[in-house]
Design a protein around this ligand. Structure first.
Ligand code: OOG
Ligand code: MG
Length: 269
């Protein structure tokens, strides 16, 4: 009907505007109010449309899609944010922090670091019906790494829909120094110590991530299938923070020290 197409048009305009708002907040490193402050009925489906629109805008300025991340896949993260549904977001080449390079803190609002188990796919993975075992067979390499999240919302405070529209707070990520084939690694047992200036502040094993990080990968494949998208060979998959995230103040070193996947340090610029 005319009325339906009218509301659709307004909705599309709002989606594009919201995507621009999120990217502008990121580029100026300035926090903004949550989208739900003005858009109280922003639902998940629309939030993913905003996320996709922001990816389009990133591509228009030359960024390349290189994979995806999962958010809120561990209890530690879910409890901290008060949200118990895992989410997905896009990774582009602009989010790669090369190993050993400091974080440029002036580009960030209020960055936090979290240790993650990271996969690089060797095969395409298309849901639905993907199990953890099938998912793991599509993995070429496993890394330990650190994700830097930097919510564009004031005080890191948001609803689940806000966070999805904000590409799940993605900012930077670094892959650790060791690539391992998944065979011969028990990722439920893979432990990580999180250190701030050499002091252990938190620890977890891979089991913290949905019972096994490959469960998170399967979840991503199955959820993306609902939007007609496959995970592609070569894609990088961040499976989600194993522990709560820690702030990254200036002149501070954050280290994720894994049992088999090496140690990665990020210096807070
Ligand atoms: C949302 C992003 C969560 C993770 O690994 O759980 C995330 C947030 O906590 O800001 O990246
Ligand atoms: Mg994360």
């Amino acid at each position: 009907t005319e009325k339906a197409s009218e509301s659709m048009r307004i909705n599309m305009r709002d989606v594009s505007q919201a995507a621009r708002t999120m990217l502008a907040a990121e580029q100026s490193a300035t926090a903004c109010p949550p989208l739900t402050a003005d858009w109280s009925d922003l639902d998940m489906a629309t939030a993913y449309t905003i996320q996709d629109e922001a990816l389009d805008q990133r591509r228009q300025r030359g960024e390349t899609l290189i994979g995806i991340k999962l958010g809120l896949t561990s209890r530690a993260k879910q409890i901290r944010m008060g949200i118990d549904t895992p989410s997905l977001a896009w990774l582009t080449d602009a989010m790669v922090l090369p190993f050993g390079e400091p974080l440029t803190r002036t580009q960030m609002i209020h960055p936090r670091a979290e240790p993650e188990i990271v996969f690089i796919l060797k095969d395409r993975l298309s849901g639905p019906g993907i199990t953890a075992a099938t998912a793991l067979r599509a993995v070429g390499q496993v890394y330990g790494g650190i994700e830097i999240i930097d919510s564009r919302f004031q005080d890191f405070s948001f609803t689940a829909s806000d966070a999805v529209a904000d590409n799940a707070s993605s900012a930077r990520f670094v892959l650790g120094p060791i690539a391992r084939a998944p065979d011969g690694l028990d990722l439920t047992q893979e432990a990580c110590l999180l250190e701030v200036d050499g002091e252990v502040v938190d620890a977890a094993t891979g089991a913290a991530v949905q019972g096994h990080p490959a469960e998170a990968l399967a979840l991503a494949a199955n959820q993306l299938a609902e939007r007609g998208i496959s995970l592609e060979p070569g894609w990088i998959i961040l499976t989600g923070g194993m522990t709560d995230a820690v702030p990254v103040p200036p002149d501070t070193q954050i280290t994720a020290r894994f049992t088999n996947l090496g140690a990665t340090t990020i210096a807070g610029g």
